[in-house]
Design a protein around this ligand. Structure first.
Ligand code: NAD
Ligand code: LMR
Length: 340
């Protein structure tokens, strides 16, 4: 399965201009938070995709300009811009995939959990609108803290009686991309041919790269394991510090979000063997939510591939992650209960 992951990812990097077979049905995709640091480059990458028919841009500000700008690009994707709460329902009608990068990013010294106070309500409001207007769409949540915002999204969909566990996914693709990049750099490999599963959550210690399960296999000294694990876990903070108060990862996240979208759209179109990591409601781990490699299909998440055979080192990383991940999940569930 991991081999099919590699072969499914590599061509995606050059998918933007390819000609589609007539059997492919193009899909409708919305970006909520489309004027932001992630939203704009993500929308650009989506505008270049032959897999998309309509691209719906929603934000509380500036979407008209972003929309007109993108609409001059000579691809077939039809761009429509929506601004402000009163246009949200229209933005969501007939969507197959809704990407949510709306909300505030970190500044140096902040944790992702510090964003909860602002972003929990933003995600709850947007997901409520999805429940009412496009309950069948796949919801891909980018807004931090993902460990909590995905449980919030789930509780909201349940409250509207439209919950489908196959269709709510926290986007952790950036962790997978970083892990492949850093491992390839350290070992002199081609990063496009390296797949490192990353499991757990999406914050500090809860990000757990499975360096024992890299495809193709790579071996590490204890020192390499420690330094690579720490770099992957703290890569978001590396960007936040380098940006020095002006935001967090936007360009690499836009690429990650686009790559994840193309996996979903390929799977919705019936392409088989598509595997990507994502943070979802978990059946097979002790956690209520957990990121694992996921087999994607026509309805979204077909099944979790699970965590595989863990090394002793990775088992300890999971133990260490437990308190934070469980607390983040519970915080999201508790918030949703009082929001509803
Ligand atoms: P940004 O501030 O540049 O953009 C956010 C956008 O959201 C803005 O355009 C803003 O107007 C919009 N917005 C705010 N409230 C809204 C609402 N109610 N409805 C619609 N739009 C709304 O921030 P950014 O750098 O794009 O980051 C966005 C989020 O993504 C942050 O929470 C950040 O932590 C998260 N993020 C996640 C990952 C990941 O791996 N999942 C990676 C990077 C960033
Ligand atoms: C990331 O991993 O880059 C994002 O979660 C943004 C952040 O706050 O680090």
């Amino acid at each position: 399965l991991f081999i099919s992951f590699i072969s499914s990812v590599t061509p995606k990097l050059i998918r933007y201009t390819s000609i589609l077979s007539p059997s492919i049905q193009t899909k409708n995709v919305a970006v909520l938070g489309a004027s932001g640091g992630i939203g704009q480059p993500l929308s650009l990458l989506l505008k270049l995709s032959p897999l998309i028919n309509n691209l719906s841009l929603y934000d509380i500000q500036h979407t008209k300009g972003v929309g007109v700008d993108l609409s001059h690009i000579e691809t077939q994707v039809k761009v429509k811009a929506y601004v402000g709460k009163e246009q949200l329902s229209d933005a969501l009608k007939d969507m197959d995939l809704v990407l949510i990068p709306a909300g505030v990013p970190r500044k140096p010294g902040m944790t992702r959990d510090d964003l909860f106070i602002t972003n929990a309500t933003i995600v709850a409001n947007l997901v409520s609108a999805c429940a009412k207007n496009c309950s069948q769409a796949i919801l891909a949540i980018i807004t931090n803290p993902i460990n909590s915002t995905v449980p919030i999204a789930t509780e909201i969909m349940k409250a509207y009686n439209v919950y489908n566990e196959k269709k709510i996914i926290g986007v952790t693709t950036l962790d997978v991309i970083r892990a492949a990049t850093f491992v390839a750099e350290a070992k002199g490999l081609d990063s496009l041919r390296v797949f490192v599963p990353v499991i757990g959550g999406h914050s500090g210690n809860t990000i757990i790269p499975l360096l024992s399960q890299i495809s193709p296999p790579v071996s590490f000294s204890q020192q390499e394991l420690d330094s690579l694990t720490s770099r992957i876990q703290n890569a978001g903070t590396e960007v936040v510090e380098a940006k020095a108060g002006t935001g967090s990862a936007t360009l690499s996240m836009a690429h990650a979000g686009a790559r994840f979208s193309f996996s979903i759209l390929d799977a919705l179109n019936g392409k088989t063997g598509i595997i990507d990591c994502g943070y979802v409601a978990s059946q097979e781990t002790e956690f209520k939510y957990f990121a694992t490699p996921l087999l994607l299909g026509r309805n979204g998440v077909e099944t979790s591939i699970g965590v595989g055979k863990l090394s002793e080192y990775e088992t300890k990383l999971i133990e260490k992650a437990k308190p934070e991940l469980n607390a983040n999940i519970q915080k999201g569930i508790d918030f949703a209960k009082q929001y509803l």
